[in-house]
Design a protein around this ligand. Structure first.
Ligand SMILES: Cc1cc2nc3c(=O)[nH]c(=O)nc-3n(C[C@H](O)[C@H](O)[C@H](O)COP(=O)(O)O)c2cc1C
Length: 155
């Protein structure tokens, strides 16, 4: 089983922390059973140059919105735009096989909205969400969801 590719952005380190821990969990799982995939991470930032993705990947995006209440007035994506632009480059969106969102439930209706927007814009399923740095249970839950999707795509 080929490693699962994950492309993400992290402004304050929560997403990076979650994914680094999930990568460790994947390593442990892979050592128990070779059919449980490893994880390859790629972080995008404002400095990242556009590149063509030639393999399927998952996108992980935290939520940063400015203004609006997410329901009946507008809201604007801030901070994470570099990831959206990276996925929109060339044919990259075609390789995006799922989106995972993170955020803070204190934002109520705006919770994880950027991931939901990416899911629509890039025509990729919204697979899961978690809060802030995520818990060990979130890591196990989301690793399992990704592995299942990865197997379907690579079947
Ligand atoms: C300025 C700002 C705006 C935010 N807006 C939202 C929001 O609209 N919805 C949400 O669910 N979380 C929101 N958050 C919470 C972040 O998505 C959350 O802290 C996330 O874990 C940050 O990930 P990162 O550390 O990888 O950048 C906001 C945080 C900040 C600092």
């Amino acid at each position: 089983m080929a490693p699962m590719n994950i492309i993400y952005i992290s402004l304050e380190g929560n997403t990076r922390s979650f994914l680094t821990r999930m990568q460790g969990y994947a390593k442990q799982q892979h050592s128990l059973s070779a059919d449980r995939p490893l994880i390859e991470l790629k972080e995008v930032s404002d400095q990242t140059l556009p590149a063509d993705e030639t393999e399927p990947f998952f996108a992980f995006v935290p939520t940063y919105l400015n203004g609006g209440n997410g329901i009946d007035s507008g809201f604007t994506e801030i901070m994470t735009n570099a990831l959206g632009e990276y996925i929109a480059h060339g044919d990259n969106a075609k390789q995006c096989i799922g989106v995972v969102g993170s955020g803070n439930k204190n934002f109520n209706e705006q919770y994880c909205l950027t991931a939901r927007k990416y899911s629509r814009d890039f025509n990729a399923p919204f697979l899961a969400d978690y809060e802030l740095r995520g818990t060990s249970q979130d890591i196990e839950r989301i690793y399992s969801i990704l592995s299942k999707r990865w197997n379907e795509v690579n079947a």
